[in-house]
Design a binder for this molecule. Structure first.
Ligand code: PLP
Length: 436
């Protein structure tokens, strides 16, 4: 792989031009390089397979995967074909269409807990609606979430933990009211006693406990015991609260189905997104029949969407899931990720870099620190400056990862052994450069 000492003239040109019309030059703040000490976000031109190419013609091995959806890499022929064919029939009707029925059936078959479901346009919408439905069903207002977990940008989800564990939340964004924040209780992940305390204190007011079954948003963090999620469910139910699994990242990430299935547990409601759209905008939510029956037009909880269930997203999603049914596809992703992380650990050891890697299947996070990362405070305590250095060194060497110490590397179904070897070479050089 060619080494870069590039001007990135075209990236600079496009980004400067972007800032004149797109606020901050980016359409999602996580794309800026703010949390890695700054720099111009690289402007991408096109992608193919496991790689994409920027506007200056530089190629990168992509572990960002567009923050999760691109599990089949770029321009996968099956997905591209499906989209191309779909466009021939027009792209939006505003009426029911067969593709949404077929896709709903496909999702229900894969995740039988989705007794009824609805399509929306983003993970944000999916989570936001599950919260509304949980409130409608229980007649309660409060939601318990886990510190550091991102569930989209609806007002109720832009709430940070208050001063103590399991405390009432405070707004995490300007424009979120104190009243909204007061309805959100935040507890640490992997800590049942904090959840128990929060529910003992507020249980009668809690509509739902919302959890990512495998955390993806302060790095990849798995439940630390086999029965953690079942206990979360049991404790919540004891207090009359519903359980919502946010599977926007985890759905179809680790196997053909939900993370809940991996742990043999059943939530009341699920939010999905990312992978299920095959790269097009999508979200979905669903769950138990009696709960979903509370949604309009059958019930009193309102939710709607002009673009919801649009044929393009449905057909791209169907195509993507059809590929993900290929035997061995998840095992291969896991195998490559294992080799990559083992190699990175060996290199870190060689260069005396202290790192901790959390990996589940084909997804992992490298933390600069020696302590295990099992909840948000642990991730916060890791070295962001070192991460930023590592990030910039990798980018220089054509390895693209998310510009944040809290994000994951995603190995896709189309990464190759050569990709892994080239990545390890780049990591070797990056660690070497960081010594100086
Ligand atoms: N839930 C989780 C776990 C996420 O990671 C995200 C996005 O990163 C969302 C919800 C929001 O999804 P979207 O960006 O599609 O609105």
């Amino acid at each position: 792989m060619s080494h870069l000492t590039r001007e990135r003239a075209q990236t600079k040109f496009w980004f400067e031009r972007a800032t004149a019309s797109i606020l901050g030059g980016v359409n999602s703040p996580s794309r800026s390089f703010k949390s890695v000490g700054g720099g111009t976000p690289i402007v991408m031109q096109k992608g193919n397979g496991s790689r994409f190419i920027d506007v200056d013609g530089q190629e990168y091995i992509d572990y960002l995967a567009a923050y999760g959806p691109s599990i089949l890499g770029h321009a996968h022929p099956v997905v591209m074909d499906a989209i191309r064919k779909a466009t021939q029939d027009g792209i939006l009707y505003g009426t029911p269409c067969p593709a949404e029925v077929e896709f709903a059936e496909t999702l229900r078959q894969a995740i039988p807990d989705l007794e009824r479901l609805r399509f929306v346009n983003s993970g944000t919408e999916a989570v936001m609606t599950t919260i509304r439905v949980a409130r409608a069903v229980t007649g309660r207002n409060k939601i318990v979430k886990f510190a550091g977990c991102y569930h989209g940008h609806s007002d109720a989800m832009l709430v940070a933990a208050g001063s103590g564990p399991s405390s009432i939340g405070v707004p995490d964004s300007a424009g979120v009211t104190a009243n909204t924040a007061a309805e959100i209780i935040t507890v640490p992940f992997n800590d049942l006693s904090s959840l128990e305390k929060a529910l003992a204190c507020h249980g009668m007011e809690v509509a739902a406990v919302l959890v990512e079954p495998i955390v993806g948003n302060f790095g990849i963090v798995a439940p630390e015991s086999e029965n953690y999620l079942q206990k979360v469910i049991d404790i919540s139910h004891q207090h009359g609260a519903l359980v919502i699994f946010d599977e926007v990242i985890t759905g179809f990430r680790f196997h053909y189905g939900s993370a809940a299935q991996l742990y043999g547990v059943h939530a009341d409601l699920y939010a999905l997104g990312k992978i299920i759209g095959g790269g097009l905008p999508i979200g979905a939510y669903g769950g138990k029949l009696d709960i979903m029956n509370q949604v309009a037009p059958l019930g009193p909880a309102y939710q709607a969407g002009t673009m919801a269930g649009n044929p393009l997203s449905m057909k791209a999603g169907l195509a993507c899931l059809s590929v993900l049914k290929t035997p061995g596809i998840y095992e291969r992703m896991e195998d490559l990720a294992k080799r990559l992380t083992q190699g990175i650990l060996e290199l870190a050891h060689h260069y005396h870099e202290t790192i901790t890697i959390n990996r589940v299947g084909g997804a992992f996070t490298i933390f600069f620190g020696s302590q295990p990362v099992r909840q948000y405070a642990d991730a916060e305590a890791t070295d962001g400056v070192k991460f930023a250095q590592f990030f910039h060194e990798l980018i220089q060497r054509g390895i693209f990862i998310a510009p944040s110490k809290y994000e994951a590397w995603f190995v896709s179904a189309v990464h190759t052994e050569t990709d892994i070897e080239e990545t390890l070479q780049a990591v070797d050089e990056s660690f070497h450069a960081m010594q100086n």
